[in-house]
Write a protein that binds this ligand. Structure first.
Ligand code: AHN
Ligand code: ZN
Length: 333
């Protein structure tokens, strides 16, 4: 080999070596692309339809337990699930609030392929908070909130998923769980004795005894505040530590489906929400998709205020969440 050949050979060798090395990791890329191509495309989630289901809930007024609006909305949700061909279960229970009030509660469950052992559950809470205790105006603190983003948005997305399932079922069984009495937790103004676990009463009840004996699911997906404009969903830290693989799967799917602007791959905050009790009591890993404003270190500014109304619902967000969840469940085998 003469000198000039050596000058060429060395970089060639390096290129080859580098080629081999990068091939090693880019084989993963190719395989990844193949996997992507193998993904089943879920049916098109219709955000207009989800929006309509949110509005219908809001039209009842605040769905605070022990009120007429609450009873009527419960019937509405159950009848929608029935209309979309689900097997409907009602879990009625008297649950005790932070101040001793007995809440006539109703968890509503819509099951598809109830005989299948392969299941995923999707949940939201359907009640709305009796207090706007985060409102900047103190005079509003004892007023009930309309709970459009906080409550109705998750149920609206779930009802649209039910409608989609009624047209074309995914391969696995799905349980759509509407938890009651999530948002009757101790208000900020309360001066009485402290009571533990005052939030998420419906999911605590369900976690301690499911709607069918021997119930199990691979994992759960909880939708909470999924309708706000420019919502950002971070890795909620309880989900990250107890349901990490399901969580990653959801966020990866969101990015593949083009909704990466909503599903941020960074850790957020820990939230005491229904997913905690699904995991803690029923031992089912559960992921919370919840809008969190990381810049402000808080939920959106309409949260637990009298401004949690239809004006703040954005169909693009409903689409991002609804389509992502559908892509996830239609790709389960
Ligand atoms: C607490 O504020 C303790 N948990 C938030 C869970 C929640 C309330 N989601 C909606 N409303
Ligand atoms: Zn709330």
């Amino acid at each position: 080999m003469n000198k000039i050949d050596k000058i060429i050979a060395l970089p060639m060798l390096m290129l080859t070596l580098f080629g081999v090395i990068s091939c090693g990791s880019s084989k993963g890329k190719e395989a990844q692309n193949e996997e992507k191509a193998m993904l089943i495309k879920a049916p098109e989630f219709n955000a207009d339809s989800a929006y309509q289901y949110i509005k219908e809930q809001a039209n009842f007024g605040p769905r605070v337990p022990n009120t007429e609006a609450h009873r009527k909305c419960g019937d509405y949700i159950a009848s929608q699930l029935e209309k979309f061909g689900a097997k409907v279960y009602n879990q009625n229970a008297d649950l005790i609030a932070y101040d001793g009030t007995i809440l006539k509660s109703r968890n509503i469950i819509g099951a598809y392929k109830p005989e299948s052992k392969k299941r995923v559950l999707i949940a939201a809470h359907w009640d709305s908070r009796p207090y706007a205790d985060n409102d900047p105006d103190e005079k509003n603190h004892r007023k009930a909130i309309l709970g459009v983003d906080d409550g109705a948005s998750g149920v609206g997305v779930i009802l649209e998923i039910a409608r989609q399932i009624s047209i074309k079922e995914p391969e696995i069984g799905i349980d759509l769980i509407m938890f009651d009495s999530e948002d009757y937790g101790t208000p900020q103004f309360y001066k009485g004795p402290y009571k533990e676990d005052s939030w998420c009463l419906g999911s605590q009840y369900w976690g301690r005894g499911q709607h069918v004996e021997g119930y199990n699911a691979r994992y759960g997906i909880l939708l909470d505040m999924v309708g706000g404009k420019d919502a950002t969903f971070y890795y909620e830290t309880y989900s990250a530590s107890t349901a990490n693989s399901a969580m990653k799967k959801i966020w990866d799917m969101a990015h593949q489906a083009g909704f990466g602007a909503y599903f941020i791959k960074e850790s957020g905050q820990e939230v005491t929400d229904d997913h905690v009790y699904v995991n803690k009591y029923a031992s089912i890993p559960c992921v919370d998709i919840i809008n969190y404003d990381k810049g402000n270190g808080s939920f959106v500014n309409t949260w637990h205020t009298v401004n949690d109304t239809m004006e703040n619902i954005d169909k693009n967000t409903l689409k991002a969440v609804g389509q992502t969840v559908m892509e996830v469940i239609y790709n389960e085998k």
